[in-house]
Write a protein that binds this ligand. Structure first.
Ligand code: AHR
Length: 514
C-alpha cells in the first residue's frame, strides 16, 4: 500500500497535472523569411526482406487466392496509394548487405534460394526481386531507394545493378529486356551499404569512407538517369562516424544517412507494444523526442565541413522497436501498433519538419508487418495501424511551405530526465494557399484548450479530423480493425481572429484551413 502511494506521488512529480484543463497558445509564422518547403521524402517508407514485410505483406504472388494485381496484394496497394508514399527504401536494412540482385531476376521458378541469416534464418526464394520492386514503385507512384550491397558484394556487382536498372543500351539493358522490361527504370536514390559499422560489415568509419569512394566511382549515370548517392551513416549518438565521412567523402556523396530508433535499450526486454504503463508511455515519448538533439548535433558537424549544405542528411531508419508479439518468430520483428505509436509518429514528424534545410528524407521502419508498420496483414486480412492514420493525416504537409510555430505548452520530464511538451504543433501552407495545422496532445488525462494565432489567416472555412482512443494502448487488430481511426472533428471556433480548439487528452487533431 505504502509503495503504491509512493509510486503515485513520484508519478505526480514527474507528470504534474497542469490544471483542470491546459491552456496553450500556438503562434504560427505565416510569412517565414527563408521559405523552406517540407520535402515529400520526409514521409518515406522502408521495406526489407524481413519477416512478412515483403512476403505476405506487399507480395503474395500471382497464384495466390488473396486478391492481388500481378502478385501485389490489392488491399495493401490501395492503402499505400492513399498514403501518398513518396519514396521506398529496399531491400534492406541488414538484408541488403547479403543480397545478390542477380538471384532475383529471370523466371521466378529458376531463382536460387538463400538463407536470410539476419532475420530468423528464413529461406528466401527470391521471387520478389528488382522487377517486382521497381514495378511496385511505379504502381504506387513513389521513388525507389535502392540499398546496395557493400558488406558481402563487390564493386562490379553494384555497378552492374545500376546499369541493369537504368541503362537504355548495352549488355545489362539487353538482359533486362530478356526478363520482360525494355524501358529502363528511373532510379534516383542509391544507398552504398547499410549500417556498415554493424551488420553491413563491422567497419570503422575511415575504412568505410575509402570503400564508399571506390564503390561510388563505378556507379554511373546512364541514359539521362541521375543517381543521388547516399553513404551509410551513423547510428544515434555516433557523431564521430558523421565527422569522418564528412572529412573523407565530402561532396562525393549527395546524402549521408542516420538511424535512430525509439527503443528502451538493445539488451533485454524492449517492452510490449500494447501492454505498458503510464511511466513506460512517457519514457517512450521522451526517447522519441531525443531524436531532436541527435539531429541537431549531426547537422552541426555537417555544417562545419559543408556550410553550403551540399550534402543532405537522411534519417533512413526510424520508429519504435518493441518486443515481438508473443508466439511470433523473434527474428521477424512483428509488433503491434497502438495510440502510443501514433504519438511517436506525430512528435517525430513535427521535429523533422523543423530541420528540412538539411534533413531531406526519412524512412520509417517498416512499411508492413515489421516494427512501426503502416499496415499489418494476416492471411487475406489487413489492418491500418494508428501510425498509418498519422501518416495519412500528415500527408497534407508534403511539399508544402513550412510555417514555423511557437507553442507555450507545459513540458513533462520522463524517467530519464528528457523533456517533451504535452501539446505540440506543426503547420504548413500548400501551393493552393490552404494552411494545415496539426496538433498533438500527448497527455493521458488532461484536455487542452489551444488558441492558434495565425496572424489574421484564420479563415472561416475550416475542417478538422481527430485521432484518439479510449486508452493509449488501443490498437487495431484483425478482429477489431477500426478501434483507432480518424473521425471528423468540429470542436473549434474562430474567436477574435484566432482559432480556439478543444482537444481531448491523448489526441491528434488536423485542421485544414481553406
Ligand atoms: O529495421 C530493422 C533493422 O534495423 C535493419 O535491417 C537494420 O538496418 C537496423 O539495424
Amino acid at each position: 500500500m505504502k509503495r503504491a502511494i509512493l509510486t503515485a506521488i513520484m508519478a505526480l512529480a514527474l507528470y504534474p497535472f497542469a490544471s483542470a484543463q491546459m491552456k496553450v497558445e500556438v503562434k504560427i509564422d505565416t510569412a517565414p523569411e527563408n521559405g523552406q518547403v517540407i520535402p515529400k521524402e520526409i514521409y518515406g517508407q522502408f521495406a526489407e526482406h524481413l519477416g512478412s514485410c515483403i512476403y505476405g505483406g506487399l507480395w503474395v504472388g500471382p497464384e495466390s487466392e488473396i486478391p492481388n494485381v500481378d502478385g501485389y496484394r490489392c488491399d495493401v496497394l490501395q492503402a499505400l496509394k492513399e498514403l501518398k508514399v513518396p519514396v521506398m527504401r529496399w531491400p534492406g536494412g541488414c538484408f541488403a548487405d547479403e543480397y545478390h540482385w542477380r538471384d532475383g531476376i529471370g523466371p521466378r521458378e529458376d531463382r536460387p534460394r538463400m538463407v536470410n541469416s539476419n532475420w530468423g534464418g528464413t529461406v528466401e526464394d527470391n521471387s520478389f526481386g528488382t522487377h517486382e520492386f521497381l514495378n511496385l514503385c511505379e504502381m504506387i507512384g513513389c521513388e525507389p531507394y535502392i540499398s546496395g550491397n557493400v558488406g558481402s558484394g563487390t564493386v562490379e556487382e553494384l555497378a552492374k545493378w545500376v546499369e541493369y536498372m537504368t541503362a537504355a543500351d548495352g549488355p545489362m539493358a539487353r538482359l533486362r529486356a530478356e526478363n520482360g522490361r525494355k524501358e529502363p527504370w528511373k532510379v534516383k536514390f542509391l544507398g552504398v551499404g547499410n549500417e556498415s559499422w554493424g551488420c553491413g560489415g563491422n567497419m570503422v568509419p575511415e575504412y568505410y569512407s575509402h570503400l564508399y569512394n571506390r564503390y561510388q566511382t563505378y556507379c554511373r549515370d546512364y541514359s539521362g538517369n541521375r543517381l543521388y548517392k547516399v553513404a551509410s551513416g551513423a547510428s544515434d549518438y555516433d557523431y564521430n562516424w558523421t565527422e569522418v565521412l564528412m572529412k573523407n567523402i565530402g561532396s562525393r556523396m549527395h546524402g549521408v544517412s542516420l538511424h535512430y530508433y525509439t527503443v528502451k535499450g538493445w539488451n533485454g526486454s524492449k517492452g510490449s507494444a500494447t501492454e505498458f504503463n503510464e511511466e513506460e508511455y512517457y519514457n517512450t515519448l521522451g526517447k522519441a523526442v531525443e531524436v531532436e538533439p541527435v539531429i541537431v548535433k549531426h547537422i552541426a558537424i555537417m555544417d562545419k565541413y559543408d556550410p553550403e549544405k551540399k550534402v543532405d542528411l537522411l534519417l533512413d531508419e526510424w520508429g519504435t522497436w518493441f518486443d515481438v508479439e508473443p508466439g511470433t518468430n523473434p527474428g521477424h520483428l512483428y509488433q503491434q501498433n497502438s495510440m502510443r505509436d501514433a504519438m511517436v509518429a506525430a512528435l517525430s514528424l513535427n521535429i523533422f519538419h523543423k530541420y528540412t534545410e538539411r534533413l531531406k528524407m526519412t524512412n520509417i521502419a517498416q512499411i508492413a508487418n515489421v516494427l512501426q508498420s503502416m499496415v499489418l496483414t494476416r492471411g487475406d486480412k489487413m489492418v491500418l495501424t494508428p501510425t498509418y492514420h498519422v501518416f495519412r493525416m500528415y500527408n497534407v504537409h508534403q511539399d508544402a511551405l513550412y510555417l514555423p510555430s511557437a507553442c507555450d505548452a507545459e513540458k513533462f520530464t520522463d524517467g530519464n530526465g528528457r523533456q517533451c511538451p504535452y501539446v505540440d504543433a506543426t503547420a504548413s501552407r500548400n501551393a493552393e494557399g490552404a494552411i494545415h495545422v496539426t496538433l498533438t496532445n500527448v497527455s493521458l488525462d488532461e484536455a487542452a484548450t489551444v488558441t492558434i494565432d495565425l496572424a489574421g489567416n484564420a479563415k472561416p472555412r475550416i475542417t478538422g479530423e481527430i485521432l484518439t482512443a479510449e486508452t493509449i494502448q488501443a490498437h487495431n487488430d484483425f478482429d477489431r480493425p477500426d478501434e483507432v481511426k480518424p473521425v471528423e472533428f468540429k470542436d473549434f471556433k474562430v474567436k477574435d481572429g484566432k482559432i480556439v480548439v478543444k482537444m481531448p487528452a491523448k489526441s491528434i487533431v488536423g485542421l485544414y484551413i481553406l
